[in-house]
Design a protein around this ligand. Sequence first.
Ligand code: ZN
Length: 80
Amino acid sequence: MPFRPAFDCLWCGEHHATRATDDLEGWAHLCPDCVGRAADNEFLRFRLRRALAERSTAAAASSATSATAPPAAGPPAGQE
Ligand SMILES: [Zn+2]
């Protein structure tokens, strides 16, 4: 699932608004209370694992985009 800055918790239905775009709650669509209960609940644990994977995939994608930008600005060094 994509990041959402505000959502209704998938587990308890509580509305929650995140403070930052890397808040795990926004990726898991779970409120902080339910994130805290993940150790006791297989569904919550599954959602948290997915959220962590999706967040790191998004972070890798955005850093890859910025990493490829500089070489396009000029010719490669050492060609002549
Ligand atoms: Zn909840």
